[in-house]
Design a protein around this ligand. Structure first.
Ligand SMILES: [Fe+2]
Ligand SMILES: [Fe+2]
Length: 193
């Protein structure tokens, strides 16, 4: 397996996921890769790139809090108070992106992986397909999900905004801190109303 993966294909991404993830997370990544590819096909992004980022997006999700904090320090990923409180939850995406970027992964793909948990303003179609696929993959079930699934095959921008809204409602409902990236993504859709 090459360490230079700027052009990593879905098969190599799948092998990397298999080497890093337990069975449950591997199956989740498979479902996200397939759904992201479906959304990419509908919205004019690359299906192969979507499969690649789908397979790779959670490769750091099975690390412990200590391991992810050490990896963040090693790779220069910023750690604020919110990240320190939820290390794996909030750092597995940017740490995976930094690790893959250092190994030569294309910046656009690395950015999509970096943003898959909380989102940001100005995400491209690939990043939104991954973010929405991770939110909508078939094993998930919660109130409001059907609306996001419907939007995901007609308007990926609105789907991403709706997913950010549901995420914010959930996070605020549990009295937890809100990541600014999620608010920025929400505001892209709802900020001018
Ligand atoms: Fe994730
Ligand atoms: Fe995921």
């Amino acid at each position: 397996m090459s360490d230079t993966i700027g052009t990593i294909d879905p098969a190599e991404a799948r092998a990397r996921a298999a080497a890093r993830l337990g069975r449950r997370r591997f199956e989740h990544s498979r479902r996200v890769a397939e759904l992201a590819a479906k959304y990419a096909a509908v919205h004019g992004a690359s299906e192969d790139e979507a499969r690649t980022v789908g397979w790779l997006h959670d490769i750091c999700r099975d690390l412990s809090d200590d391991e992810i904090l050490r990896a963040a320090a090693r790779l220069g990923v910023p750690v604020g108070p919110l990240e320190r409180r939820h290390p794996v939850g909030l750092l597995h995406a940017p740490v995976a992106a930094a690790e893959l970027r250092a190994a030569g992964l294309d910046e656009r793909l690395a950015r999509a992986i970096a943003l898959h948990t909380v989102g940001a303003a100005g995400m491209d179609t690939l990043a939104k397909c991954l973010y929405v696929a991770d939110f909508c993959e078939p094993a998930r079930a919660f109130d409001g999900l059907q609306d996001v699934r419907r939007l995901a095959v007609t308007d990926i921008d609105r789907a991403a905004g709706a997913a950010a809204r549901l995420t914010l409602l959930d996070v605020i409902g549990r009295a937890r801190g809100v990541h600014p990236g999620a608010v920025d993504l929400y505001n892209e859709q709802y900020g001018a109303r």
